[in-house]
Design a protein around this ligand. Structure first.
Ligand SMILES: Nc1ncnc2c1ncn2[C@@H]1O[C@H](COP(=O)(O)OP(=O)(O)OP(=O)(O)O)[C@@H](O)[C@H]1O
Ligand SMILES: [Mg+2]
Length: 384
């Protein structure tokens, strides 16, 4: 297969949709976004509705012209290159298949326009790609004889068969049910990796983003909040917004009492707890911070004589440290995990998700509890 991969570089991209009748209503959909994507990588644009994801994708595809900034493909400035000259393929959520053509005709539609590929090679490619998406037996069906997942596979095959340098996905799975979505996202990832096609994937589903991405770019109001690997943005979010958007988050308010040994002594509701620093943070005594506790790093144990004592547990996570006392207000038993909601004086409620619940012992709502965590896995954010 030809070398398909290629860098995408976006520099200072801004898009203002000007409202001519009332310029005060103009919308800055994309605001000074810079981003580069290594060959063969899949980068996801993640963010709430209206944050500019589709606009960035449409600018890369050439369906929208930026107000300022550039798009480079393999070092070539393509900002003003027409879409059909860019070697990009776009996969939408509503598939956009031709209803009156068969699967085979849909998949080979673009190929037939290519003078540089012989009819034999076209046929071989289409057969290969249809087999890769598991549709070899359905080549003669029309789209209305296919399930949603099968239609999505046709759309995928049609994009890949042209061997584009760049694949662009705009929420391709949002019309599918939850189970099929999870299956299809793995198939998309496997195909993308097998072909080594540089890809930009738009979604507002954080678990989808985590599952398929080399890197995730979190957007808010047209700006990049943070870009990093799924692990980085989950464990070391740069802002409260990212922490909240990329998963469920508890924020425990604390005050820095002292700085020592590569970490911080924090005062929390009368207790002092030590949390290691990330190496990138620089808090000083007196600073107000929030300890980010993911629900899976939030443990609830009965309040007892052992209050204040660390307890061994959580396996590889090491010692658990008590952080706050509270009252259990909700218990939802979900089988593999139990979810607890804890009321803590002067704090928003905390959410704990404990796996292997029977090993820990189920706690009764209304009981007085102590919340523990593993400081090694906690993360500190400056209080906004
Ligand atoms: N053609 C347009 N004219 C005017 N405003 C537009 C246009 N297209 C998009 N916008 C505005 O630009 C902003 C970004 O839109 P965009 O479609 O990029 O968001 P998105 O992140 O893809 O959202 P969603 O998750 O809902 O698809 C929104 O406020 C939207 O209303
Ligand atoms: Mg969109």
């Amino acid at each position: 297969m030809a070398a398909l991969a290629m860098d995408i570089v976006i520099e200072g991209l801004t898009k203002v949709f000007v409202n001519r009748a009332d310029p005060s209503r103009s919308v800055t959909a994309v605001n000074n976004v810079s981003l580069s994507i290594a060959p063969g990588q899949l980068v996801t644009l993640l963010g709430p509705s209206g944050c500019g994801k589709t606009t960035i994708l449409r600018i890369i595809a050439g369906f929208e012209t930026p107000t300022s900034g550039k798009v480079l493909l393999g070092g070539r400035d393509i900002t003003h290159t027409p879409p059909n000259k860019r070697d990009t393929a776009l996969v939408f959520q509503n598939y956009a298949l031709f209803p009156h053509l068969t699967v085979w005709e849909n998949v080979t539609f673009g190929l037939k326009l290519r003078k540089d590929i012989s009819p034999e090679e076209q046929k071989a490619r289409a057969e290969r790609v249809l087999s890769q998406v598991g549709l070899s037996d359905m080549a003669q069906r029309s789209p209305d004889q296919l399930s949603g997942g099968q239609q999505q596979r046709v759309a995928l095959a049609r994009a890949i068969v042209n061997e584009p340098r760049v694949l662009l996905f705009d929420e391709p799975l949002s019309n599918l049910d939850a189970k099929l979505r999870e299956q299809m996202r793995l198939e998309i990832r496997a195909l993308q990796q097998r072909h080594g096609i540089t890809s930009v994937y738009v979604t507002h589903d954080q678990s989808e983003a985590m599952a398929i991405s080399d890197r995730i770019v979190i957007l808010k109001d047209g700006r990049i909040e943070q870009a990093g690997t799924p692990e980085e943005v989950y464990t070391r979010p740069a802002t409260h917004f990212v922490a909240d958007f990329i998963g469920r988050a508890n924020f425990v308010s604390a005050r820095v009492a002292g700085v020592s040994k590569g970490g911080y002594d924090l005062e929390v509701n009368g207790r002092t707890v030590f949390v290691p620093g990330s190496g990138q943070d620089s808090f000083g005594p007196g600073d107000f911070v929030d300890i980010l506790l993911r629900p899976e790093n939030t443990y609830v144990l009965p309040r007892s004589g052992a209050v204040g004592q660390p307890v061994p547990g959580a396996g590889a996570q090491g010692e658990l440290t008590p952080v706050v006392d509270g009252r259990l207000v909700r218990r939802s038993f979900l089988g593999a995990v139990v979810e607890y909601e804890i009321e803590v004086p002067g704090h928003p409620r905390l959410l704990a998700e404990m796996s292997n619940p029977f090993a820990w012992g189920l706690l009764e709502p209304g009981s007085e509890v102590t919340v523990y965590f593993s400081p090694r896995v906690a993360h500190l954010l400056r209080r906004p």
